[in-house]
Design a protein around this ligand. Structure first.
Ligand code: AN7
Length: 366
């Protein structure tokens, strides 16, 4: 029986026999071969989607939260706290409920998706909507958790990063090697930090021989790392990554530099186009922030980034060298059902018709 990432990757994680494992069997998410995107990329490339929406609370945050809450429980903590654009709070609330620990979350008022809010509330967290953005909420949480006996469970908590690196292990285990490129959204920058750590540890352990280029994408209205300065009033429809001053900024830059990758931005239009393409062409419903990875992939294809890599020793870029296709993994960080409002706003609403056979047959073209 599969029992979650701590059980599976125990030897790579800072846990002992004494650590009480709080798990909802997170991880083991599908790596889906993306047929449409692969054909769009052309010969010599294979595109895969790591669908983190299949985690128990519907996002990648569960990988870090099983670690953070297990360690909080081990340390005898009575309460945990986070600031969140939604997914962290949903995950923290669920794992804290499972552990019997109090959970307090600060969310930017009016700026988180409905599904995520419903999760934090139904799991019994104390939810305060702050009249300010995520960055302001995180600042408050840092101050409060420094002064009071409450454990911070944002990704500043190193156990969060430790748990999240398990996704890199899974990708390598599935592919039997490192991918050549990994494309992912960047918000507070914990996840890019975690993946890079995971890949480096797997290489250190001799399980993979190469490392992927890390290609991170921020939303254009919330792109502090791309601009090289904090963004005071971050804007984007991808509310999960509406973050103006990422906590793991330096680590994200290190992942970019060390891997020979890049951190760029995509517009809301590009994000929405990728969001709809994923749903309509691949059958995968991911939330808008997650679609930033596919938007990034398409942007890089348009700029001929991948063909310009042909001379480098990364991966395949094969037709010329006769090697295997280059493998590109796009991380889909959260489930589309988190934000049903956005889905409905992005398409035509259903037409209302009379319950009449003739009318319906006419509508459907028979
Ligand atoms: C779906 O929940 O920051 O770069 O407070 O929910 O590790 O921050 C969420 C972030 C990407 C960005 N995709 O990851 C929060 C929060 C989804 C997310 C990100 C988030 P990081």
């Amino acid at each position: 029986m599969y029992e979650g990432i701590i059980h599976k990757y125990r030897k790579y994680l800072p846990v002992t026999e004494k650590t009480p494992v709080i798990s909802l069997n997170e991880g083991n998410t599908p790596l889906i071969r993306a047929g449409y995107l692969s054909s769009l990329m052309g010969r010599g490339f294979e595109v895969y989607l790591k669908f983190e929406g299949s985690n128990p609370t519907g996002s990648f945050k569960d990988r870090g939260m099983t670690m953070a809450i297990s360690k909080a429980r081990e340390e005898g903590s009575a309460a945990v706290m986070c600031a969140s654009t939604g997914n962290t709070s949903a995950s923290a609330a669920a794992y804290a409920a499972c552990a019997g620990i109090k959970c307090i979350v600060l969310i930017p008022s009016g700026a988180i998706a409905l599904g995520k809010l419903s999760q934090a509330l139904i799991h019994g967290a104390v939810v305060l909507a702050v009249d300010g953005n995520f960055d302001a909420a995180l600042e408050l949480v840092r101050e409060i958790t420094a002064r009071y006996p409450i454990t911070l469970v944002n990704s500043l908590n190193p156990y969060r990063i430790e748990g999240q690196k398990s996704a890199a292990f899974e990708i390598c285990d599935s592919l039997g090697a490192s991918p050549d490129f990994q494309v992912m959204p960047v918000g507070n920058a914990g996840n890019i930090t975690a993946y890079w750590k995971g890949y480096k540890e797997y290489r250190q352990a001799g399980i993979i021989k190469t490392l992927p280029r890390m290609l991170g994408f921020q939303a254009a209205g919330s792109a502090p790392i791309v601009l090289g300065r904090p963004v005071k009033n971050p804007k984007t429809i991808a509310t999960a990554i509406r973050i103006g001053n990422p906590a793991s900024w330096k680590q994200a830059e290190a992942a970019r530099e060390e891997s020979g990758g890049l951190i760029d931005m995509v517009s809301d239009r590009e994000i929405l186009d990728a969001y709809k393409l994923l749903a309509a062409k691949e059958g995968v419903f991911a939330e808008p922030a997650s679609a930033a990875s596919v938007a990034g992939l398409l942007k890089l294809k348009k700029s001929r980034y991948f063909s310009r890599q042909a001379g480098s020793n990364v991966g395949g870029i094969p037709s010329k060298t006769g090697k295997k296709p280059a493998r590109i993994v796009c991380i889909l960080t959260g489930h589309g059902l988190k934000d049903p409002d956005r889905a409905i706003k992005s398409v035509r609403e259903p037409k209302i018709v009379k319950p009449d056979l003739k009318v319906i047959l006419k509508e459907i073209g028979y």
